[in-house]
Write a protein that binds this ligand. Sequence first.
Ligand code: SAM
Length: 231
Amino acid sequence: MRSALTAGLERLALPLPDERVEALLSFGAAVLEKNKVMNLTAITDPEQAAELHLVDSLTLLKVLPLGGKSLLDVGTGAGFPGVPLKLAEPSLRLTLLDSLQKRMRWLEDEALPALGVEARFLAGRAEDFARENREKFDVVTSRAVARLGLLCELCLPFVHRGGYFLAMKGALAKEELHEAANAIRLLGGSYERTEEFEIGGAVHSVLVIHKTGKTPEQYPRSWARMKQKPL
Ligand code: SAM
C-alpha cells in the first residue's frame, strides 16, 4: 500500500509530512481489515485500495484549498473521500454523513478514535438532515452515491452561498453534467469547471459547482419524489 500511495502523492505533486502519510496508511489498512467482517468496499488489494480510495480522495486537495474549511461528505460509506482529506489536511472541519448506521458506527466508535481524528457524524439520509444543516458548509463532497442531478438535490442545500459542491465522477461526467444542468441552476448552483485526474489507469473527473444563489426551501424533496420527478 505504501508504494502505491507514495507514487500517487508524487504524481499529484502533493508532498505530505511523514506522520500524515502514516495516518493515511493506517486508515487504509483499517478499512481492509474491517472489510473482512463488514461490507465496506469491493477493493481488497492494498495497492489498489491506496490508488482508488486514498489517492482518488486526495485529488480534491488539488481542486480547492481546503485548509480550515468546513466540509461535509455525503454518502461517505467507509469514509471516502472525507477521511483521507482530513488526515492529509488536519485543519479541515469534517462532517461525515451516511444512511448506513453500521458503517457510521464503525467510523465514529472505532476507526477515527484509533487515529485520534475528530469529526461530526450524521447517521441518516441526506435529505432528512438538510433542514437543520441548511447552507452550513463551505464545501460538500460526494463520490459514488447517485447520478449528478439527484446528487445536486441532496448536496447543494448544505452549501452556503459562495461555497462549493465537489462531485467526484467517472467517465460519464460530461453526460451527467448535461443532464443535470437544470437541477444545478434551480438549486442555486453554477457549474464552474471540471478537473480530470488519471486514477488506476482511468480518467476521474471532479465537477466543481459553485453555490451562487439560495436553494429554494422546497428542496431537497423526498427520495421517492426526487427519483420519480428529477429536476
Ligand atoms: N463515498 C463512498 C466511496 O466512494 O467509497 C461510499 C460510496 S457507496 C457506493 C454509497 C454510499 O452512499 C452508501 O454508503 C450509502 O449508504 C450512501 N447513501 C446513498 N444514498 C444516501 C442518502 N440519500 N443519504 C445518505 N447516504 C446515502
